[in-house]
Design a protein around this ligand. Structure first.
Ligand SMILES: [Zn+2]
Length: 164
């Protein structure tokens, strides 16, 4: 922050403008109270966007049921008729539960393989109805991604956006 003194007021097309002159003095303001104002650190500082040329591998595609009560992922085998939520204890028929899917892809960043997680909402945005696509086809779609940008959280490695 600076103070400017000896400014000139000019009227230009009916508007007043402040302008500097040769006599204008620019002085930095040294007020400790001002320097204590925190500079707005963006809450997205853990997000990074990278250009990726291709997908190294699809590490995992996971389909699971979501609890009808608390929406939590139910990790039990998906072939049973009756499932129980580990969080809230509710027991329900598998056929009446909503399914979800997540994928984990490996990409190379500076020669190092990084596993990025993609959740259902992004998969749906990219490929449409991903619940009814079988795992192999979904893996194929992911493997054939080329020259895209990926925005992900560097802490959780969860991808928030992919632009093809
Ligand atoms: Zn539950």
């Amino acid at each position: 922050m600076y103070t400017l003194t000896n400014l000139q007021v000019r009227v230009w097309s009916g508007k007043k403008n402040l302008s500097t002159t040769v006599r204008t003095v620019v002085q930095p303001v040294e007020d400790p109270a001002l320097s204590e104002i925190p500079i707005d650190s963006t809450d997205k500082e853990t997000e990074e966007t990278l250009q990726i040329s291709d997908v190294h591998s699809v590490q995992k595609i996971e389909k699971y049921f979501k609890c009808k009560h608390c929406n939590k992922k139910i990790v039990q085998g998906t072939c049973t008729d009756v499932i129980q939520c580990e969080r809230c204890g509710f027991i329900m028929r598998a056929t009446t539960c909503e399914k979800s899917v997540t994928a984990k892809i490996g990409v190379l960043l500076d020669e190092q393989q990084v596993s990025l997680k993609i959740d259902e909402s992004l998969l749906t945005k990219m490929f449409g109805d991903v619940i009814s696509i079988d795992d192999k086809t979904l893996a194929q779609k992911l493997l054939f991604l080329e020259d895209f940008t990926v925005t992900y959280n560097t802490d959780t490695l969860l991808v928030s956006d992919i632009n093809m």
